[in-house]
Design a protein around this ligand. Structure first.
Ligand code: 5GP
Ligand code: ZN
Length: 109
């Protein structure tokens, strides 16, 4: 079982900041910004292009829901969303997840 599935099941500890039926949001263990969260859908897909249409819609809804709660996580000034997809995207964990970065102004992209 993959590392994020184990985190979702509570078998690997994590700093969880949010959970609902569809996702958990945890602090990244190796933060690349002052605030670095990982939004992890509970359904295991390795890659974006493996998702069903319904789960793709759910992911969009999760992002919209997160944007409405961003202030609760210290991100009222804004944030950056990144999905690393596959080898060339630099994906290390094969369970689709969304990086959310912020907490201070990020360098230009
Ligand atoms: P990827 O490169 O796959 O998009 O990003 C994987 C991210 O997961 C990395 O930023 C890495 O620091 C984070 N990560 C890997 N293992 C763990 C873990 O066990 N706990 C937490 N909280 N983050 C992890
Ligand atoms: Zn998984």
């Amino acid at each position: 079982m993959c590392v994020f599935c184990n985190i979702i099941k509570g078998e690997i500890p994590s700093e969880k900041v949010f959970e609902d039926d569809d996702c958990i949001i945890i602090k990244d263990i190796n933060p690349k910004a002052k605030i670095h969260l990982l939004l992890i859908p509970k359904v295991h897909y390795a890659l974006l292009n493996e998702q069903t249409e319904l789960d793709a819609i759910t992911l969009g809804k999760l992002l919209q829901k997160f944007s409405l709660m961003a202030g609760d996580f210290g991100l009222s000034g804004g944030f950056r969303v990144i999905i690393n997809q596959g080898r060339d995207g630099g994906q290390e964990v094969g369970h689709l997840h969304v990086h959310i970065l912020g907490g201070a102004q990020l360098r230009g992209f």
